[in-house]
Design a protein around this ligand. Structure first.
Ligand SMILES: [Fe+2]
Length: 415
């Protein structure tokens, strides 16, 4: 079967002068081009829009709308159409103007046939290259889109897996110490509620939540004999216990999206008055996430049952936390905490109990992973955690604001 030769390109000749228009179009038809004509700029714009017209050859000076008007409208509406302008002798200035406005070439009137054909072939060749470049770019953009989607999906899976791994690890740690597996997640809920009252949201809220979730991850390095000891710890055992913020920090500080949570982990046993550990930080030196966490953790420690004692009431815990504002706790955090109120706090605990082992939790975890993914793909590397110097292993004195019940909180505070 013979190959069908490609159709000759459609060329539109625009001139108000019938004789010029006819001569050019007849000559070009003889050369095998598919010519159409228009007697003015507005008609030309309509004709060019009827079907694909790779090239327009237009007179510059025409009554009404002129060649420049046509050129500008074609560039705007049909950018894939090339334009050659025909200018009068001595009108070089407007010829240059045409080129500046996007014409591919200009010829003096009347053009010689050879010059005209050379100009047409040059214009068509240039257009072919330009069209090929556009097609290539489009294809490339499509490929980039496909790859981006694949990457997003891969990152989504990684973030999801990572999140679930963290949750499993934290649950295992909770189980080791408390025989319940929801302490850390409950603390995250209290922390988020207080943070929200303080106007914290978005990325900062996520990082604080993650810091609260992972706060005691360093207890993985505390021996069972110390961590699970039912009685009072000896001074040496306390030294051992007080290493857990630094161990936790070392564990996660190099994971890119955990650098701020790592700072919270390192600071979660600090006290507002500087009597905490490991660095004796005070006031605003302590990451706001850690200052919020301290209140949330104490609340959960006081109101949760332990094998060796029953948890106290929310009312008692609230009074105790209020009493420790300015010493153990940041007064602004305590204020936000008190704003939630006893009922609000009890509701949070109830909701967490209902959520436990709820399949909806899996969906929530996936949503969190999705948020993490969005952050990862944004490629913003704006970590705001300050560099942390070598931590001192200062031993904090027992809390002056000791709660009324015997507490060794989830985070190793002593009552
Ligand atoms: Fe802790």
């Amino acid at each position: 079967m013979e190959a069908i030769p490609p159709a000759p390109p459609r060329i539109l000749i625009v001139d108000d002068d019938d004789s010029v228009r006819d001569v050019i179009s007849v000559l070009l038809r003889e050369e095998g081009y598919n010519c159409v004509v228009a007697n003015g700029a507005e008609m030309a714009l309509d004709v060019a829009g009827e079907e694909e017209t790779p090239l327009v050859i237009s007179d510059m000076k025409m009554p009404g709308r002129d060649g420049l008007w046509l050129l500008e409208n074609l560039r705007e509406r049909l950018p894939d159409t090339s334009v050659i302008m025909l200018t009068g002798y001595g009108d070089t200035e407007s010829a240059v103007d045409c080129l500046r406005r996007g014409a591919v070439d200009y010829l003096l009137k009347p053009p010689k046939l050879t010059d005209l054909i050379r100009a047409i072939e040059r214009a068509l060749a240039k257009r072919r290259i330009e069209m090929a470049r556009k097609r290539y770019q489009k294809k490339l953009e499509g490929k980039v889109r496909d790859r981006t989607a694949e990457l997003r999906s891969a990152l989504h899976n990684i973030a999801n897996t990572y999140q679930n791994t963290l949750l499993a690890l934290v649950a295992a740690l909770d189980a080791r110490e408390h025989e319940t597996s929801d302490h850390s997640q409950r603390v995250v809920s209290y922390t988020s509620a207080i943070a929200s009252r303080m106007g914290i949201h978005g990325k900062q809220m996520e990082e604080i939540g993650r810091g609260a979730l992972l706060h005691d991850i360093g207890k993985i390095g505390v021996p069972d004999a110390v961590l699970l000891k039912p009685g009072k710890l000896t001074p040496d055992e306390w030294l051992e216990m007080r290493r857990h913020p630094e161990i936790g920090f070392q564990m996660i500080q190099n994971i890119p999206f955990l650098s701020t949570p790592a700072d919270i982990v390192l600071s979660h046993q600090e006290r507002f008055d500087g009597a905490g550990y490991p660095r004796n930080l005070q006031r605003n030196e302590i990451h706001i996430g850690a200052r919020i966490f301290a209140v949330a953790d104490t609340l959960d420690a006081m109101t949760s049952d332990r094998p060796y004692r029953k948890g106290t009431t929310f009312a008692n815990a609230i009074q105790e936390i209020k009493r420790c504002a300015n010493t153990q706790f940041d007064p602004d955090v305590v204020k936000a905490f008190l704003d939630i109120g006893e009922e609000g706090l009890i509701r949070i605990k109830k909701e967490m109990a209902e959520k436990k082992l709820n399949p909806l939790q899996a969906a929530a975890d996936a949503a969190e992973a999705e948020t993490e993914l969005a952050r990862l793909t944004d490629l913003d590397d704006e970590t705001d955690s300050p560099p942390v110097g070598p931590a001192s292993s200062a031993v904090a004195s027992p809390l002056p604001g000791a709660p009324p019940v015997a507490i060794r909180s989830a985070s190793g505070t002593e009552g």
